[in-house]
Design a protein around this ligand. Sequence first.
Ligand code: ADP
Length: 463
Amino acid sequence: MLSFSFKNRIAFNYILSSSILIAIVFLSIFTIVKYSVNQHINEEIQEELYKHLDDVSTDSNDTYLIQVDQWRAREHNSISVNPVFVEFYDNNKQLIDKSPNLKNSNVELLENSKNNKFSDTKLNGIPIRQIQTPIINKEKVVGYLVVAMSLEDFEIVQILKNILLISYPLILILLFLIARFFAGKSIKPVSTIIDTSSQITKDNLKTRIPLPVNKDELYVLSQNINNLLDRVENAIEREKQFTSDASHELRTPLAVMKGTMEVLIRKPRDQKEYEEKINFCITEVDRLNHMVDQLLLLARFENQKQNIKNETIYLNAIILDNLTRFSSKIENKKLKVNTEFSEDFYIQSDNYLVSIVISNLISNAIKYSNKNGEININLVNNNNQISFSIADKGIGISPVDIDKIFNSFYRSDVTNHAEIKGTGLGLSIVKRLCDLLKLEIAVESKLNQGTTFILSFPLAKLK
Ligand code: ADP
């Protein structure tokens, strides 16, 4: 198929509609002019016919006489733009008299069926229109009057036809070129978008499409592409950051362990020192293990969408199960955990994934609580939503950090609380799962006073 540029297509569509419109206008002009010229000639011939019928009188022998003098005089005096040819015939169709302008030529008398009708014939090769009428006396045909007029006036119709036929394609070509020019001008921003977007590559994501001056659809398109580029750039930036953070977080404990062991084998040590360093390495290996597990979990969620289960979950039980899992840690820190479930809550969701979210929130509440602290867990029906809240009275989060805690590897206040170990991945997993399960998560916190995480489950899923 012929490939048409967008510019040419706009111009072509414009021309298509214009050509129909112009054709209708031209055809109307032509028809009106042709009709009025035709009408005009017919009226003139008719008028001449009546005039010359007046020049006819009948004598007592029922033969008709032409008042030749009157006729000639009038012929002489009247001004006629178009020559009128007149002929009188007797009832035997023999020519009696004719206008002098006919000289040696004759307008042919046609058969009777053509009486009182306009007929287009030729006189010496020149097109003429003629009409003939029988001269009647006492209901008897006594002769014939023929009036003819040259159709030279009609030439104007032919000229008009030629002008219209020639100007039609010329006008269309001109209109096409004009339309193409303006279409080119109006889609110029599209060319800019094409040029700019072809410059944008994986390594050059900074370039943006210049916004057109007019705030039209192309402005919105350019703006949307720029916003999309912003999002892509941010996503790639986050991806890069995640990879570099991940490699850093994985290498650091490995380097620490390597260093510890290198120092350890440099000279013989006592049993206690060996135990101490090996235990340190075991803790680091555990932490590494935990981090790798969490990284794998995060990677899995990327393609999780299709695999989300939709099962009935007894929310109260999940919370209690997870608390049981952490009972030794709760005991070690001598924490007081209060649970208040206003009723039995069931939801439709993925049991395993919801359990990961709740377990992370409980684990953090325990981890960031001070010794002998208190944790309050509530499960209530709040404004047609099931609201799960977990509030600790621990170290809290500063307002500066609170927006970043869901970012991967982000750990606030690490230096002040070096004793609290973590990977900075837990909340990032929680956030991704909440997005995946369409749960709302909110956090309120005051530094050194405590933190509350609130999870909202839609009540529609409540059984
Ligand atoms: P991790 O706990 O392994 O460091 P998280 O992603 O679970 O990683 O948490 C990110 C950061 O958010 C933590 O480093 C901590 O500073 C802060 N945080 C999370 N939960 C709490 C909490 N309950 N109390 C105080 N700070 C918290």
